[in-house]
Design a protein around this ligand. Structure first.
Ligand code: GSH
Length: 250
């Protein structure tokens, strides 16, 4: 039995759901509400994921965290529909995309798509003192600092601008990579495409339509159209928001 602890619109959760859908793996859902109930700060959840983030999988009683580690694990544990190319060099290039999805895309999409409603929700639930107290016990120092700083001052303009510049540069790299191939590392749809899909999906929701416009980046736009047409994408990205009327719904 495979259980996925995830949040409906989290990019890392979407990445794992996409991999599960593409490989046709059955799974059970445990929804971790990151915004209304702060389930990920619950000490019981932190026992499963010491970083207090989603996703986490429990496969027959064995836990694994980190979305990129999880998707590679799924490919090894369920090899019937492979998502890794056979050629070692193509595999290396695939892993470079996975690495950049974490190091560049994740970090900067978090800044570019920061929703000020998150601070409002935190303020409704906690006084400043309570928030400082809750966060002082948070196991992840990066998130601890970020939550407190953003609750205080949101995202400063220069930080947002730098995030957009980094995302634009990454999209340019994708555009170049797609010059002579349909998918990021060749003819095969791989973890490279899966790793980037949820970030491109989030970019698609940003108030900057030019980033994915066919006039600006025709190959990325074509790749994105092709990816969205896959049944696996539809399945993974239509996971419903369990909280009816939640304003986080896009
Ligand atoms: N490197 C981790 C990042 C996990 C992560 O940051 N997850 C986000 C959702 S995409 C989260 O749970 N955030 C909660 C928070 O920031 O408090 C992974 O890929 O699994």
């Amino acid at each position: 039995m495979l259980t996925l602890y995830h949040y409906w619109s989290s990019v890392c959760s979407q990445k794992v759901r996409l991999c599960l859908a593409e490989k046709g793996i059955a799974w059970e859902s445990r929804h971790i509400d990151l915004f209304n109930d702060f389930d990920h700060w619950d000490p019981e959840y932190v026992k499963l994921n010491r970083k207090a983030v989603v996703p986490t999988i429990d496969h027959d009683g064995r836990l694994l965290i980190e979305s990129n580690v999880i998707i590679e694990y799924l490919d090894d544990a369920f090899p019937d529909i492979p998502m890794k190319p056979a050629d070692p060099y193509a595999r290396g290039r695939m892993r470079l995309w996975i690495y950049d999805s974490e190091e560049i895309a994740h970090k900067h999409i978090n800044t570019a798509s920061y929703n000020p409603r998150h601070a409002v929700r935190l303020a409704t639930r906690y006084t400043k003192e309570e928030l400082a107290d809750v966060m002082s016990g948070h196991p992840n120092p990066e998130i601890r600092e970020r939550v407190v700083r953003r609750a205080r001052e949101g995202v400063p303009q220069e930080e947002e601008d730098a995030a957009y510049r980094a995302l634009d540069a990454l999209l340019d790299e994708m555009e170049e990579s797609l010059a002579d191939r349909p998918w990021l590392v060749g003819d095969m749809y791989t973890h490279a495409d899966i790793a980037m899909a949820s970030y491109v999906n989030r970019i698609d929701a940003l108030p900057r339509p030019e980033m994915l416009s066919p006039a600006v980046r025709p190959r990325v736009a074509g790749w994105w159209r092709q990816l969205q047409a896959r049944p696996g994408f539809v399945e993974a990205f239509s996971f419903p928001n369990p909280v009816a009327g939640d304003p986080m719904t896009r």
